[in-house]
Design a protein around this ligand. Structure first.
Ligand code: ZN
Length: 176
């Protein structure tokens, strides 16, 4: 293939390019060059200065790092979330909810009271104590699981906040 000599419009280095080539990169200063052809001459024009290119590359690297961070955040949240999951009816895992904690407490208290009333009615006063135990246990469980719910909600909020922040930074870096 025959080549034509041109000079880099940025650094003045002598370059050889193929006949039909429209774009090239200067071997010396790495500028992107567009090859212009007129009836009488062939010359190069700088498309993008090296400084500008480096800027672009660092912007891309920034965005890549942010995207990696976002993926890592999502992965970590998935793991963290698993620790909070409670087993649902069909063996499925779901996030803990306030209603679950309340239901546990309510069920326990109502059940315990019913048991005590029943024991007293049939004249088995001693067995009424078990109702008290049951109520105590139910309240403990309700408090325990509502604390879990609160922790989960806090973790979720923290994750949402971090994620929104990252997404905003990625948006900013791609619009820059
Ligand atoms: Zn050059």
């Amino acid at each position: 293939m025959s080549t034509i000599p041109i000079t880099c419009n940025n650094c003045g280095a002598a370059l050889d390019i193929g006949q039909g080539v429209r774009f090239t990169t200067c071997a010396f200063c790495k500028s992107r060059l567009e090859i212009k052809r007129t009836a009488s001459a062939v010359y190069s024009e700088v498309l993008e200065s090296v400084a500008r290119q480096t800027e672009h590359i660092s912007e891309n690297v920034d965005r890549l790092m942010l995207q990696n961070e976002l993926e890592r955040l999502d992965r970590e949240w998935m793991m963290q979330r698993k620790n909070f999951m409670v087993r649902g009816k069909q063996g499925t895992h779901r996030a803990p909810g306030r209603s679950g904690a309340v239901a546990v407490g309510l069920f326990g208290v109502v059940g315990g009271v019913a048991w005590m009333v029943f024991a007293l009615v049939i004249g088995a006063g001693f067995f009424a104590c078990f109702g008290l135990l049951f109520i105590g246990f139910a309240i403990f469980m309700a408090v325990y699981s509502s604390r879990k719910v609160k922790q989960y909600e806090m973790a979720q909020r923290e994750f949402d906040r971090k994620r929104a922040q990252l997404v905003r930074r990625i948006d900013e870096s791609s619009s820059a």
